[in-house]
Design a binder for this molecule. Sequence first.
Ligand code: UDP
Length: 238
Amino acid sequence: DAPQPTYKRVMLKISGEALMGPQGYGLHPPTVQRIAREVQAVHDLGVEICMVIGGGNIFRGLAGSAQGMERTTADYMGMLATVMNALAMQSALEGLGVFTRVITAIRMDEVAEPYIRRRAVRHLEKKRVVIFAAGTGNPYFTTDTAATLRASEMACEAIFKGTKVDGVYDKDPNKFDDAKRYETVTYDEALAKRLGVMDASAIALARDNHLPIIVFSLDEPGGLRTILAGDGTYTTVK
Ligand code: UDP
């Protein structure tokens, strides 16, 4: 029998870079479709899904400001990049027959819905995948913080952070053969040891709201579904 989900409502956070596939930049449609199928597999189980996608495959505020751009302007460009990624994911999911809504933290009514909490909850209840775009709408934040904020507002049971590796390690597993994966890490440990789970403000917000962060590999086919059923390898930050 297929594993049954142990969660009712979750937040899935993926970086923008997860969508660029083998390219060094931008969107790689087969990769977007592959991730959409991962989401579909979980949606088919009846899990209510929120998503936040980063923008690092297109633009990062810090990179812009390092090149002399005004920081807040660069951050708004980063937020706009997340909207493009959200629309790409929406298109891929709807191509698979999964209904979605893109909700933006910065109003752009011709493109997507504005964020109205109760409306977003309603979409989830109707089993629409809700993709939260434009981060928090504020410069100086990241999409990790946006994912944690929306997960708290939507009363998600956990944040699933898809990465290139299957959890949190004591050192870079791509560089060190003896790197060890943690089964669980406390928020404070992740912060103190700078384990790179998420940025510090996101981890602190998750801690204050008792929201577990589950770090898993997005590269494993069917991985998200397996992890949601409590199987497979991952690290829980709690
Ligand atoms: N950003 C922001 N406020 C937010 C979320 C994102 O200003 O609430 C900007 C910031 O410039 C960031 C960019 O959007 O660099 C892309 O987001 P992020 O770096 O989190 O993307 P990821 O690394 O997950 O791809």
